[in-house]
Design a protein around this ligand. Structure first.
Ligand SMILES: Cc1cc2nc3c(=O)[nH]c(=O)nc-3n(C[C@H](O)[C@H](O)[C@H](O)COP(=O)(O)O)c2cc1C
Length: 328
């Protein structure tokens, strides 16, 4: 919708701990060449203490790829943003949406919505440290701070520090009393709040997140905001990304079977580096959902990937369970 330069673009896959691992991102990229990918959240303090080799590696095929940082210390986040640029990421995103206790005890994530000035300081420090776009992923509110005015003030304060692109999970977070999982389900979605934010600040790039799982909703949202970020559906039913890639960008996408075959050399290479097979197949589990043989595919994949010497053959074995016409 916006005529201003776009960072997020029309579609991305959300940052998800334990899910958007480098291997999962590599596979999702095979399905959807133009969709923006986000890493799992990387604690800025870990990078500060020199753990970049553990958290930052990614495959060149993953572009466009954003690294999401968690933190609330401007110096640590600035350092993290600089590291992100050194490693060749396309964007640095700040997590202001995660409500887990572990994250709150480090005073970052969703609780930072209560400290807009601090988030602005962090964004300013990050922008100073890197030429990469700096974005913020947030919620529509926290606890009883959930009025439209609260969200507006938060966004305006952070935008004044130079953030041009926000991803808004269209539900608030309860900082205590709900688990992170419940915080993704219990507070009701309010898409209208995000649409009104875009209408009020049309020059900002606003992507919406939360509960988007079908094509009609995707296109409906794109009439109101600049982009959609999809989380759980990308793993429940990864092939939806290929369908949406085709709809949005006109790309001739791989069918399911071809995508799996294209993933095998990567699996072989990662296995030789010691990446557990169970981690490499996690992103594949939902691939054939809705197709004949989907259940056998999941079962064989689960069983075979647990063997100590498991390799690409486990995936080929599972593929043999799926009807050939289930390719497309
Ligand atoms: C397993 C899991 C891990 C997540 N980890 C993160 C994270 O590291 N950073 C973050 O900003 N959001 C995280 N989220 C939230 C998602 O990015 C997204 O905002 C949320 O799932 C709502 O989108 P959806 O309804 O499309 O799944 C996580 C969600 C899930 C399910």
């Amino acid at each position: 919708m916006s005529e201003h330069p776009r960072i997020h673009g029309p579609l991305s896959v959300a940052p998800m701990m334990d899910w958007t691992t480098p291997s999962a991102r590599y596979f999702l990229r095979l399905l959807a060449p133009h969709v923006r990918l986000y890493t799992e959240m990387v604690p800025a303090v870990a990078l500060w203490h020199g753990a970049a080799e553990r958290f930052m590696p990614f495959h060149a095929a993953e572009h466009p790829v954003a690294v999401q940082l968690g933190g609330s210390d401007p110096a640590e986040l600035a350092h993290g943003a600089w590291i992100a640029e050194q490693w060749g990421y396309d964007e640095v995103d700040l997590n202001v949406g995660c409500p887990s206790d572990r994250v709150q005890s480090g005073r970052f994530g969703a609780c930072l919505m209560l400290e807009a000035e601090r988030v602005a300081e962090c964004v300013a420090a990050m922008r100073e440290a890197t030429a990469l776009p700096v974005t913020v992923k947030t919620r529509i509110g926290v606890d009883h701070h959930d009025t439209e005015a609260f969200l507006d003030t938060f966004i305006d304060t952070v935008a004044a520090a130079g953030c041009r692109s926000f991803i808004v999970h269209a539900r608030k977070a309860w900082l205590s009393g709900l688990s992170p999982k419940e915080n993704r389900e219990v507070p009701p979605l309010d898409y209208g709040r995000v649409h009104r934010l875009k209408a009020r600040r049309p020059e900002l790039e606003i992507a919406i997140n939360g509960g988007i799982a079908d094509s009609a909703t995707l296109h409906e949202q794109l009439r109101q905001v600049d982009g959609v970020m999809v989380g759980r559906e990308a793993f429940a039913n990864p092939y939806v990304l290929a369908c949406w890639e085709h709809e949005l960008f006109g790309t001739e996408v791989l069918d399911r079977r071809a995508a799996v075959e294209a993933y095998l050399p990567f699996v072989e290479a990662r296995r030789s580096e010691g990446v557990p097979m169970t981690q490499l197949v996690k992103v594949l589990m939902g691939l054939f959902n809705g197709c004949r043989g989907a259940r056998a595919w999941r079962r064989v994949l689960t069983e075979e990937s647990q063997r100590r010497d498991a390799g690409p053959a486990a995936i080929e074995g599972a593929l043999a369970q799926v009807a050939p016409q289930a390719a497309a």
